[in-house]
Design a protein around this ligand. Structure first.
Ligand SMILES: [Zn+2]
Length: 208
């Protein structure tokens, strides 16, 4: 199949991917009218021409069908990252942008997540000269607990490492950096969002 139907989740590239492997899981049936036909799923290993990362996709195939009956690829790998609920649009957009550069530029990923820290400080009206000061200010004003200040500070330090040439990040550190960012966002945005949602639902009169 033509892999131009797929956008690379890892870098956002839309030009066709190179197929580097293929597998089929087919069953043959006999039909009185059209004779024997095969149906099942076809698996393709695709390589992105831009970032070089691998995508595993599959699609339904029936040897009797026309190409216009093609229902499209289903991406099995990589698993699309989900984002914390209740994020302000500005922060969500920034987070989506970070995920798009993650595979091609680790340091840029840390930098964008660092920008999210700055956005949080603006959103929560933190004062202070440096980002470290502003995070401390949030703690002093009891807007974030002391333990979360440490989470934010760790994220800030990864951001700083990403900003300096010669201090590269290890790709194994990226899940930790993401988890630090998620811990903060979930406390600051997801928890109030869910509490608000629950309150609204509880106020609703039963429909029957
Ligand atoms: Zn790519």
């Amino acid at each position: 199949m033509d892999s131009s139907h797929i956008t690379c989740i890892q870098c956002g590239n839309v030009s066709p991917m190179k197929q580097i492997g293929k597998g089929e899981d087919m069953v043959t049936y006999e039909d009185e009218r059209i004779g024997p036909y095969e149906t099942g799923r076809v698996f393709e290993i695709l390589k992105c021409p831009k970032c070089g990362q691998i995508t595993l996709a599959d699609y339904e195939w029936n040897s009797a069908m026309d190409s216009e009956d093609f229902t499209g690829y289903r991406i099995l790998y990589p698993v699309k990252e989900s984002f914390p609920l209740g994020l302000p649009v500005k922060i969500l957009n920034e987070y989506v942008a970070a995920e798009q550069v993650k595979q091609v530029h680790k340091e840029a990923y840390a930098l964008i997540l660092g920008r999210i820290l700055e956005m949080i400080c603006i959103d929560y009206e933190a004062s202070g000269k440096t980002l470290a000061d502003r995070l401390q200010d949030l703690s002093l004003k009891n807007k974030i607990p002391e333990k979360l200040v440490k989470v934010a500070s760790s994220l800030r330090m990864f951001r700083n490492r990403g900003a300096h040439v010669g201090e590269e990040l290890d790709s194994k550190q990226l899940p930790l950096i993401r988890a630090l960012c998620n811990a903060l966002l979930q406390y600051l945005y997801t928890a109030p969002y869910l509490a608000d949602l629950a309150e609204k639902q509880l106020k609703k009169k039963p429909t029957k």
